[in-house]
Design a protein. Structure first.
Length: 634
């Protein structure tokens, strides 16, 4: 036995590749001439499991990690339930949001699972809108939902914007349909008119609350005779329509993920309100029937609704769809996310500059993974490898930090030209750049400087703005009284050095102009034609010289800083006796209004490029010097 387990451990240690579940290796014990078979299995985290079988005596030695192999569980579940998920001849799935806010990562995951399954089964995905609750509907929600899904490069086969055979796809446009079906159920004795007033129902609810009981409608109107009902109708008494739930009957929900769930629906729930608006469960079930939906994939918070919808579907003699209720998504603190959490809205991720392929990748693998440790999938690869039965049954955490880590990988792995083009469009949309300017060289420089620090295009924007802007109106130099004299000393010599360099540059330009003028006068001749030609040529040369001078003056402070930065530091050190590190620290604070940032080498290169390429939000160095001079020197 010791030898056997020693060999088994060697196999585990040396197994470096993924083997298929139930792959078998054979070991021959020469001493006893006995064959052993070794079945290898993996769980989703690549941990090796095996069953060691001694063939002669049928003894089975088991070695497993503490975690049970999910591969075994998934295979067993497939065998128990058959492959029914994919056995439908014409699969039809649906995404049915309410326009009560922007779509968040939970809603996006629901759409994505339906999208993937529709592709795996060669079925159709329907986008319909459940908008009958007008009090909760918000303006612009639908437009933003479509915009977000299109940004993720997701589409659908039928729906509110493209139509289809089973429209209309807005429930608010089908009120009369729901009204007719509800009254048909009344005629068939599957539903009844309820004439209880709001005050009467409120009193019953308060009574149940005092008795510390859960309120359930007492079915008083269920047993009204025809004469009373007719009298109330003649009196135009307001009514709702309630569904006749079977008493004490266990409803069986065969969930793809959770197996069988049983529940008794003891409530005669309302299906049509007094204003003829259908309730959620009624309209959803009717639409699933009319649109021939075969699969319903949605969050586990809808399980209680599903039992009511099954009852309604049975009353319509409709086929019951296959249901899969996926676990809820929580934040890092295990709190359920909602549309009120802006951080988890797809709109916010889009505005933050995440790569849509990364968002699809991360959301598509939440609570699910193949038996490998692979992190990155394209949408086509998700369609190929996704297994709905392998989804976790417990809640899953949406970790924004991990999403940013993944997005950084997407940014770094993409082609530089695509990086530049996407960043340019993002910055133009955010009013940092203008489309008329040549931004490519400037952006390439910025990306090369910041690419290892940024996770999104929004972070890239923030880094760029921090370098090119100089918001002295909303920023303070934060100079303490202890260091004020030292900062003023460095400021004085900084301004003096630039003034000295600027004067020297102007003198050189003046001397060059005088030299050109003298040359023009000395080159005159007696021939008028010659004089004119010479004058014109010299005039042209002078203009060219002046233009070159003008071009250099256009970025002279940045140019001087780039060429002679070390000279500036030495000049300040000589006149102040401060250490170089301290001088650099104060210079950064003076010139950027920040205490830390990228090295001056990169900072100055970006300044030069920003001025050369006329980046609109760039504050030139000469204006920064003017502010320092006015604030600290004069």
């Amino acid at each position: 036995m010791k030898l056997i387990f020693f060999l088994v451990n060697l196999i585990i240690i040396n197994t470096t590749c993924i083997v298929k579940p139930k792959q078998c290796l054979h070991y021959l014990n020469k001493k006893n001439d006995v064959y052993f078979s070794l079945d290898l299995l993996h769980n989703r985290r690549c941990k090796l499991h095996f069953l060691l079988k001694k063939n002669i005596k049928n003894n089975i030695y088991r070695y497993k990690h503490k975690n049970k192999s999910r591969i075994n569980n998934i295979n067993k579940k497939n065998n128990d339930n058959g492959d029914d998920v994919f056995s439908v001849s014409e699969p039809r799935l649906r995404f049915a949001p309410s326009p009560t806010g922007y779509i968040h990562v939970g809603g996006c995951r629901t759409f994505l699972y339906n999208y993937i399954l529709s592709k795996q089964m060669n079925g159709k995905l329907i986008f319909r809108l459940e908008d009958t609750d007008t009090k909760r509907n918000t303006e612009g929600s639908l437009h933003e939902m479509i915009k977000d899904l299109k940004w993720l490069n997701l589409d659908w086969d039928e729906g509110i914007d493209i139509g289809g055979e089973y429209g209309p796809y807005k429930q608010s446009e089908k009120i009369e349909v729901y009204k007719k079906i509800a009254h048909d159920l009344v005629d068939q004795k599957r539903a009844y008119l309820c004439f209880c007033t709001q005050d009467e129902l409120k009193e019953k609810k308060e009574r149940a609350k005092l008795m510390k009981k859960k309120y359930i409608y007492d079915r008083m109107c269920r047993y009204l005779n025809e004469e009373i009902v007719t009298t109330y109708l003649i009196q135009n008494k307001s009514y709702t329509i309630r569904f006749k739930s079977p008493e004490n009957r266990k409803i069986v929900l065969k969930d793809i993920l959770k197996k069988e769930i049983k529940e008794v629906v003891n409530e005669d729930f309302i299906i049509l309100r007094s204003n003829n608006a259908p309730t959620y469960n009624f309209s959803a079930a009717v639409d699933d029937h009319l649109m021939k939906i075969t699969h319903v994939i949605r969050g586990s918070e809808h399980i209680s609704n599903t039992f009511k919808q099954i009852l309604i579907l049975e009353s319509l003699n409709a086929n019951i769809p296959m249901y899969a209720h996926v676990p809820v998504i929580t934040d890092i603190e295990k709190k359920k996310i909602s549309k009120r959490n802006n951080e988890y809205l797809i709109k916010n991720l889009r505005q933050e500059g995440f790569d849509p392929k990364c968002v699809i990748n991360y959301i598509g693998t939440l609570g699910w993974g193949s038996i490998t440790k692979r992190e990155f999938y394209s949408l086509n690869e998700l369609i190929k490898h996704f297994n709905i039965r392998a989804l976790s049954k417990s809640s899953v955490i949406f970790d924004i930090k991990k999403l940013k880590w993944m997005n950084k990988s997407y940014l770094l792995e993409q082609d530089m030209q695509r990086y530049i083009d996407t960043a340019e469009q993002f910055l133009i949309d955010n009013k940092v750049l203008v489309s008329e300017n040549e931004n490519k060289k400037f952006l390439e420089l910025c990306i090369n400087v910041f690419k290892n620090d940024v996770h999104t295009y929004e972070e890239l924007k923030t880094y760029i703005i921090s370098v090119i802007s100089y918001d002295y109106l909303n920023s303070n130099l934060n100079i303490s009284l202890d260091t004020l004299d030292q900062v003023k000393d460095i400021s004085f010599h900084l301004c003096a050095w630039f003034e000295k360099k600027n004067n020297s540059s102007n003198n050189n330009n003046s001397n060059n102009n005088n030299s050109n003028n003298n040359s023009s006068n000395n080159n005159s001749s007696d021939n008028n034609s010659s004089n004119n030609n010479s004058s014109n040529n010299n005039s042209s040369d002078n203009n060219s010289s002046n233009n070159n001078s003008s071009n250099r003056n256009y970025y002279d402070f940045e140019y001087i800083m780039k060429e002679e930065f070390d000279s500036l530091i030495e000049y300040i050190q000589e006149n102040t006796n401060f250490k170089k590190k301290y001088v650099l620290l104060i210079l950064r604070m003076l010139l950027t209004l920040q205490n830390k940032g990228i090295p001056f080498k990169f900072l100055i290169n970006i300044w030069v490029s920003a001025k050369e390429n006329r980046i609109p939000n760039y504050v030139p160095l000469d204006k920064r010097i003017q502010y320092i001079k006015a604030r600290l020197v004069i």
